[in-house]
Design a protein around this ligand. Structure first.
Ligand code: UT7
Length: 333
């Protein structure tokens, strides 16, 4: 019987520091009303000094391990993703491995696929498990955005959107009769790479950093908001249709959709276009903002803990982000 991949357990971590829209009004020319109307965000979590990407990743991972009644050494592969990492190198995957105290030298793969990172990572984990290469994989997205945002009025279009947090998922080999991951569709379009970026510090600068380096706005995220918005709606609809069509399913067959949390209006349009009722989804955007690679595992984790997603449900994950990159996974939970 063919090997398939099932979700064992999930975990999440968000910093305790709550930053409301009103708090942002103190820092820049914005308003609670604008942020809520344009994005759906009410508050987000930002780290305090001492919190790290790897530390948040470890907390989310420990919760997933505990819920799965597993120890670190029961994992035989780590896939880690973040937009901005603890070190320039090595990747945070090995730092997470160190934090979790593995006694075996399990491989750690770092991926960089921004808001689509989790759907990419799940697809990779599923392929490895189906090939027989690994049996149990820990996938973690952990993101600290708050320390690299332009918190002046100049950066307000981007800075109000992002939050910090981590999400973890453990997947393992199973047989075909057990509910499992069914399919993944992944895409990218590099011609839009400059539409959502943080450019500096860059390897292309001579020297990369010196005492004369002048920091301009290229150290902050830059986003062509309307272009990203339009492409997010189009591509998320498109990839969901591709995924459903090639599995001979209709949108109404899905029990639940976990969509990336960048903007409530994006998700309303995508779900509306696909004809998926709002009761079949869950949002964390209002409370955590856009936590990029961590968003899908955090939102899935919450929906499972709240009993909105049950074992046996047919679930889709769909995401769009910088690159542009986008993708979707279909699974029987
Ligand atoms: O996860 C990665 C993917 N990211 C996304 O999917 C984000 C996609 N983009 C968006 O979510 C939206 O484009 C934004 C929320 C970023 C912006 O919403 P918008 O409806 O496209 O607004 P806009 O950029 O057209 O700006 C409208 C106005 C502008 O003022 P003027 O030129 O009309 O006078 C902006 O300067 O709103 C102003 N504005 C703000 N006002 C108050 C921009 N940011 C803010 C702000 N507070 N934070």
């Amino acid at each position: 019987m063919a090997t398939r991949t099932r979700i064992v357990s999930t975990g999440m971590y968000v910093p305790s520091r709550v930053v409301t829209n009103r708090d942002l009004e103190e820092l820049m020319d914005t308003s609670d009303e604008w942020i809520q109307q344009r994005s759906g965000i009410k508050e987000r979590r930002w780290v305090s000094p001492g919190e790290t990407t790897r530390g948040m990743a470890a907390s989310a991972s420990r919760q997933a391990l505990e819920r799965g009644k597993l120890k670190a050494d029961d994992i035989d592969m780590i896939i880690f993703g973040a937009l901005i990492t603890d070190y320039i190198f090595p990747g945070t995957g090995v730092l997470l491995q160190r934090e979790l105290g593995f006694s075996k030298p399990v491989p750690a793969l770092d991926i960089r696929n921004q808001c689509s990172g989790f759907v990419y990572a799940l697809s990779v984990a599923d392929a490895w498990i189906r090939s027989g290469q690994y049996k149990r994989i820990l996938i973690v997205g952990s993101e600290i955005h708050s320390t690299s945002l332009d918190l002046t009025t100049r950066g307000r279009d981007v800075s109000v959107l992002f939050g910090d947090g981590a999400g973890a998922m453990i997947v393992e080999a199973c047989d075909e009769k057990t509910p499992h991951i069914l399919d993944s569709c992944l895409h990218s379009e590099g011609k839009f790479a400059d539409a959502l970026t943080v450019i500096k510090p860059s390897a292309n600068d001579f020297p990369r950093l010196s005492e004369n380096t002048k920091f301009d706005t290229s150290i902050y995220p830059h986003m062509e908001g309307k272009l990203v918005f339009k492409n997010a709606v189009t591509r998320m609809c498109e990839v969901m249709t591709e995924l459903l069509d090639r599995n001979h399913l209709r949108a109404s067959d899905l029990n639940f959709v976990v969509a990336h949390q960048a903007n409530m209006r994006i998700n309303q349009m995508v779900l509306g276009e696909l004809g998926i009722p709002f009761e079949k989804t869950h949002h964390t955007l209002d409370r955590y903002g856009n936590t990029t690679m961590a968003t899908i595992p955090i939102t899935f984790d919450e929906a499972v803990q709240l009993g909105k997603i049950k074992r046996g449900d047919l679930v889709a994950f769909v995401a769009f982000g910088a690159g542009f990159t986008w993708g979707a996974n279909l699974l029987r939970y």
